[in-house]
Design a protein around this ligand. Structure first.
Ligand SMILES: [Zn+2]
Ligand SMILES: [Zn+2]
Length: 84
């Protein structure tokens, strides 16, 4: 099951479980659309995999299967991944 993390790993902006701005890779590295599109060109900076739209979980399912509240932020800062 997806964690549905509550924030962008890069800029730490909030991402609601029903946000259309959330992007994830296959490892569930989670970013906002701004970071994904503008900084990473749709490629996860951690694992080099695709960043895709995160599917939204239906609201009635969130009660039994709540979204993660554990914030994951890249401690090295997302800009460190941009020096290609
Ligand atoms: Zn972001
Ligand atoms: Zn990744």
């Amino acid at each position: 099951m997806l964690e549905l993390r509550p924030n962008c790993e890069c800029c730490n902006t909030d991402l609601d479980p029903d946000s259309l701005m959330a992007r994830i890779c296959s490892f569930e590295c989670t970013f906002c659309a701004d970071c994904s599109d503008r900084l990473f060109n749709g490629t996860c900076p951690n694992c080099k995999g695709e960043l895709v739209h995160r599917p939204r979980r239906a609201k009635d399912k969130l009660k039994a299967a709540p979204a993660s509240t554990r914030r994951v932020v890249n401690s090295t800062g997302c800009s460190s991944n941009l020096k290609d």
